[in-house]
Design a protein around this ligand. Sequence first.
Ligand code: AMP
Length: 292
Amino acid sequence: MSGNPSLQTITIPDAMRAWSLCQRNVGRRIGFVPTMGALHKGHLSLIRRAKTQTDTVVVSIYVNPTQFGPGEDLDRYPRNPHADLTLCRSEGVECVFMPDSKTIYAPDHSVFVDEHTLSSGLCGRTRHGHFRGVLTIVAKLFHIVQPDLAVFGQKDAQQAALIRRMIRDLHFGIELDIAPTCRDPDGLAMSSRNRYLTAEQRRQALALPAALQLIAQYATQTKTPKADEACRLARLRLNREPDLRVEYLDCVDQASLETVPILKPGVLVAVAARIGTTRLIDNILVPEETTP
Ligand code: AMP
């Protein structure tokens, strides 16, 4: 049977914890997909992956204020709880956790999760405090939901590396699954923020996946593909778009996030750019070589 007419929505952390305890007491493995809502097919692909590996799936929907910096889009971030619940129901999700900020952050809260290595590069260079906010909310959600497995997206590759590190360093004992990036038919990585784009901005945004594809091509067709040369080629493509301002384009090891000089298979190539007031990120992992 598809869909789940008896979806539970829970807003109180203790009630969420009790729900999870009941599941575990009857031997069910809990899968968890944290989101900020405005769900799209990328989110749904995470839910489906969680479903295949567990007995029940919890989705959280919470726009976490501590991961937005001053002047970022916290206030205008798309919120559509009714549509989100309909989608969750049709995916057979059994429980949606939708806390509010008062229950998640005590008025005098003063404990955060900080990471000091992986969070400094890429998005960390401009989004100061962003990953502190992300790790803090994910740690809270892990403690409340107590999942066996958590599914995150490769779309946010730096976030995925940081969550892996936090699970290891803080001994969460939670399995982590990273799902590939879902794209629209034109190649643009799906994102809740894509709805900010005008038609013209969206056209220019296609330079991101196009530039990443150029790098993949160069890497698979060159004997010793150099990161510098790959980035030079990609920037030529990106620079063709008048409203697109590249924030970074980096080739890094996907676990340590340290820059690498040569594009071996599995290297993470990550890009961030602004188009108007919208900030977009995208990335690829360098594919296996195809040269004879
Ligand atoms: P968000 O709601 O943007 O915080 O994202 C929630 C989760 O969905 C994160 O683990 C993201 O990496 C993942 N996600 C966002 N966009 C995509 C996408 N296009 N494909 C796959 N996963 C995604």
